[in-house]
Design a protein around this ligand. Sequence first.
Ligand code: HEM
Ligand code: HEM
Length: 196
Amino acid sequence: MERKFTPLFRLWHWLMAFSVFGLLFTVLLRETFLDKKSVAAIVRQKLETFGIAIDPDQAIALAKAIRAPMWEWHYIFAVVLGVSIALRIWLMVSKQAQLPVLKVLEAESFHEKIKATIHLLLCFTIAMLALSGAFYYFHEALGFEKEAIHWVKEVHEFLLQPLLLFVTLHIAGVVRHEMTTEEAIVSRMIHGDTVR
Ligand code: HEM
Ligand code: HEM
């Protein structure tokens, strides 16, 4: 068996998976329990029972303040994602990992091509998410007005959908591979090529 799941390669994979799941979790919280409109409604309702009336804008401001510490984690996981991307680039430069597009071109069977294409689309979507997110985050330092680059935020938000699709296809493919072959692919990605 060709040795390819080196410790550094596995570290890259799980660091990236950990950060992507973390980022998705912060988005899930922002869209559900900590959605600013729902939290604002709860705050207004509760304050009314104490005899305090606030207007909707004040309620939204309070809701955003309650959400802020959770959303900080979007940026903390973003840094972990940045580290994992830097690690992958280094692995490719030092020839310890392939450029995803080369894997597609060099795939020998149809099945290999499909797998490599999903990996390529997954890597591309994550790279675009990281670029658009970082660009939006640093827009002031880069000299752009928030209004002028609103489209960047829209692209960033839109990319959530392809990401969910490719992550789901990736995990489904890995589970299928695990269940239909003797390769113990998930074990190899956890403890390396030598199955103990
Ligand atoms: C959001 C989370 C994840 C991301 C972004 C991700 C990303 C990737 C990428 C880009 C590759 C291709 C690496 C290469 O050969 O260059 C890969 C391979 C792999 N991933 Fe994931 N992964 C994620 C989650 C998972 C999970 C949860 C599992 C285990 C259930 C898993 C198991 C594997 C395995 C076994 C491979 C090797 C596949 C092969 O070469 O046949 N991944 N992953
Ligand atoms: C897997 C990767 C990522 C996913 C799935 C993701 C997803 C999202 C989504 C869905 C939103 C919109 C939230 C909303 O308005 O309801 C958002 C906002 C944002 N994300 Fe990401 N993101 C990712 C990575 C990053 C990275 C790497 C950065 C870099 C710093 C970043 C920075 C931002 C910023 C600045 C916002 C705007 C926040 C605001 O307007 O309050 N994201 N992200």
